[in-house]
Ligand binder design. Structure first.
Ligand code: ADP
Ligand code: MG
Length: 361
């Protein structure tokens, strides 16, 4: 079956990571609620024409979060980690999530990975409502729909095994043949630029090299959605650039849908779409300007200096908006009241007139 990541550079409008052979069979199985691991008919479907269910799934966004709320209850207090988060991620998108520490980024990613449950709201991935999955479906989802890369790669890796053995391990839980496992693992090693360390034990590799293996492991079962939580958080600048290039290559050449949480401002400036989380809600979104979309690797752009992205604030369904803190500070509001008016086609926000001016009149 080989890696089965189909190159889709020429057809960027309709990215296609979706795969043929066993992995499509797995995907078909995972969408058949509670079906077992065998499912001969779904393998036949995968090899032939797409089932109606698969076809309709392709028309849905990869991720749809609506009004997602998460409250962590500890013995004496409640933490509102997500406060009505709305986000849509289309298939084939590379999206970065940024935000201060404690803003809810990992909470959201863990929910996408089915590692945690929300207190309220809706979350659909690949057309499926994650909160309606039973335990067996969750296990299958974690194994075949999502791949996860953490900052602390110790969570993915087995240090006493070789790079190759680490990548093969997740495939042992599937019905992929040994020949296919070996072939896929070797292709993934090549993809992350680690073929030369195939037989090295993980403990002999540097942090950056281990992180590349962690990406290959996350891809071993050809997930539809790749999630990475601060994947460059503990490596140096050069390694971070290299790892980021691997993600970008996966996205642009194979149409892999990827969501990366990052603190790295420089890296986030190179992404087509960056959403910012503030206090458990999406507050703004930045989109790469047209002229920069083909500028990667040309050396012509100073990514830190130039304004590569257009920034938009996000209005929620109730019409609420988060105004950038520095703008609010300039208004120097006395309390929480602000005047909203319409001038021509613009909505204006201004500080109410002060008492002093009123008495002067
Ligand atoms: P980020 O990844 O953006 O730094 P997190 O999603 O980890 O933020 O955390 C969001 C908020 O939820 C923080 O205030 C954090 O302390 C709290 N939190 C996260 N996990 C738990 C937990 N298991 N129990 C209690 N509070 C938690
Ligand atoms: Mg975090």
């Amino acid at each position: 079956m080989a890696l089965n990541l189909k190159k889709s550079k020429e057809s960027k409008a309709e990215p296609d990571l979706t795969v043929t052979g066993a992995s499509a069979a797995e995907n078909a199985q995972s969408s058949q609620e509670g079906s077992g691991a065998e499912g001969k008919s779904s393998q036949e479907t995968a090899a032939g024409t797409k089932s109606t269910q698969e076809a309709s799934e392709e028309n849905t966004p990869m991720v749809l979060a609506e009004n997602l709320v998460k409250i962590y209850k500890t013995s004496d207090l409640e933490v509102l980690a997500l406060q009505g988060l709305d986000l849509k991620v289309e298939r084939g998108e590379l999206t970065a999530i940024i935000g201060n520490s404690g803003s809810g980024k990992s909470t959201f990613l863990n929910m996408l990975g089915c590692l945690d449950e929300p207190s309220a709201g809706k979350l659909y991935v690949d057309g499926r409502n994650l909160f309606k999955l039973n335990q067996k479906e969750k296990d299958l989802y974690k194994r075949s729909t999502v791949g996860f890369v953490w900052q602390n790669n110790g969570r993915n890796l087995l240090p006493y095994m070789t790079a190759f053995e680490n990548i093969v391990t997740p495939m042992l839980l599937t019905d992929v043949s040994e020949k296919e496992r070996v072939q896929t693992a070797d292709e993934l090693l090549d993809l992350v630029g680690m073929s030369h360390r195939r037989n090295s034990r993980l403990s002999q590799l540097s942090g950056g090299e281990q992180q590349r293996i962690a990406i290959a492991i996350a891809l071993a079962n050809r997930p539809k959605l790749l999630l990475a939580d601060e994947p460059t958080g503990s490596v140096d600048r050069k390694t971070a650039d290299y790892i980021f290039d691997v993600f970008r290559h996966l996205n642009s050449d194979y149409g892999q849908t990827i969501i990366i949480v990052t603190h790295d401002v420089e890296l986030s400036k190179k992404v087509n779409r960056v959403v910012a989380i503030r206090d458990g809600k999406i507050s703004s979104e930045r989109i790469l300007k047209e002229k920069y979309t083909n500028a990667f690797g040309t050396g012509k752009v100073n990514w830190m200096e130039e304004d590569t992205q257009e920034e938009y604030s996000i209005i929620d369904r109730a019409g609420r908006l988060q105004i950038p803190r520095h703008m609010l500070d300039e208004l120097a509001l006395k309390d929480n009241k602000i005047l909203v008016s319409m001038e021509n086609d613009k909505i204006m926000l201004s500080a109410p007139e002060t008492k002093k001016e009123e008495t002067e009149d």
